[in-house]
Design a protein around this ligand. Structure first.
Ligand code: FAD
Length: 333
């Protein structure tokens, strides 16, 4: 009988199936062997970081997992080079300790460095794409390591070429170019952060911003170690300007963020809360009571339960606002 490895305990929402192989990748030179072994066995590859943005459907997957643990971290002037397995928050901590700015608002995002560019992680006005210089990746088509510069990563809102071509690139390292001169305008204009800093009488320096963001996040996001979740479950939808105007008439308190392309970004969490779905529980699944955008698994929710719950939320939002919610989380079927 072929080997079956349960992937569920490696995923922060604790919803998964079985896979046919699981290798730990500690060094870049292990990647080509991992890829060719999977190809020989007729398996797809899947690179797993911290599993905080990933769900597998129930049942068996002919997939070989490469658990990314490449762990080198070096600071060289304004540059930070990080192995893909370094915990993202360790990089932010290091940057702040060296007085380098550009990622402090991305404090406490769980997961690994290598996963950062996949969905272009972002929070409080910063995105990894703002300071990512180069990604070093093993291209499984040409079978060699290549440097990919920022402008070739196809970054958009929670998207990149890596997300669009999920099996092609195995990221082994990222290189960030950070700033020595601080510019906090984006962050301090972000709702919640400026208020927190002034309420607590905190000066605007990197250390205080990092501490404030960690505290703000801990108040509205569940810790996956104590309550299974995968962070924001849906992307914030972009709707056209006429649709946005119509919604604003009906819901004057709907926050709207123009994107400059006749498209308006609206917060998915606001829609879910307005529809009365914040803090609800159906079986073992629910929306978090402090943040409607986060789905939580209280105990042993199955993939089928999750699919039903996703459909339920999507249809409520579609009926009430005419807006389609699309999952941000990677769902492997
Ligand atoms: C409580 C909580 C809060 C969160 N807050 C935020 C937030 O504020 N902003 C935000 O953007 N995200 C947030 N997230 C989502 C998540 O933390 C990020 O998407 C993070 O980058 C995922 O990292 P990971 O290592 O766990 O990725 P995984 O879930 O392991 O993988 C995610 C995807 O990246 C691919 N991948 C991972 N590593 C590599 C690699 N080395 N090479 C190629 N592909 C790779 C995987 O194959 C998969 O497709 C949050 C999640 C949680 C649980």
């Amino acid at each position: 009988m072929r080997k079956q490895v349960d992937i569920t305990p490696h995923l922060s929402l604790m919803i998964g199936g079985t896979v046919s192989g699981f290798d730990v990748l500690k060094l870049p030179q292990q990647i080509p062997t991992f890829v060719s072994k999977a190809q020989k066995e007729g398996e797809s590859i899947f690179i797993l970081g911290g599993g905080t943005n990933t769900i597998f459907s129930a049942g068996h997957h002919q997939i070989r997992i490469g658990k990314m643990t490449i762990n080198k971290l070096a600071v060289d002037g304004q540059f930070i080079r990080a192995g893909a397995g370094v915990m993202w928050d360790k990089i932010v901590e290091t940057a702040v300790a060296h007085n380098l700015s550009g990622i402090e608002a991305l404090s406490a995002i769980p997961g690994t460095a290598g996963a950062g560019p996949i969905q272009n992680i972002g929070a409080y006005g910063q995105e990894i794409s703002h300071c990512l210089d180069t990604v070093i990746a093993y291209d499984t088509l040409v079978k060699e390591f290549i440097p990919i510069k920022n402008h070739d990563c196809g970054f958009g809102y929670r998207s990149s070429i890596f997300k669009e071509n999920p099996r092609q690139f195995v990221i082994s390292e990222i290189i960030l170019k950070l700033k020595k001169n601080y510019n906090f305008t984006d962050i301090i204009d972000y709702p919640g952060v400026r208020e927190y800093m002034s309420e607590h009488d905190l000066a605007f320096n990197l250390q205080n911003i990092r501490a404030a963001i960690i505290e703000i996040r801990s108040l509205k996001l569940p810790n996956p170690a104590t309550l299974a979740n995968a962070g924001s479950f849906f992307k914030n939808p972009y709707i056209d300007i006429n649709h946005a105007k119509k919604l604003k008439k009906e819901f004057p308190d709907l926050p709207q963020f123009p994107t400059g392309e006749n498209l308006i970004k609206i917060p998915a969490g606001w829609l879910i809360e307005k529809a009365g779905l914040k803090g609800i529980r159906v079986g073992d699944l629910g929306t978090y009571d402090k943040n409607a955008l986060v789905l939580v698994n209280y105990n042993q929710a199955s993939f089928n339960d999750l699919e039903e719950f996703i459909k339920y939320i999507q249809s409520k939002i579609q009926i009430m606002f005419g807006v389609e919610l699309i999952p941000e989380v990677n769902i492997i079927r």
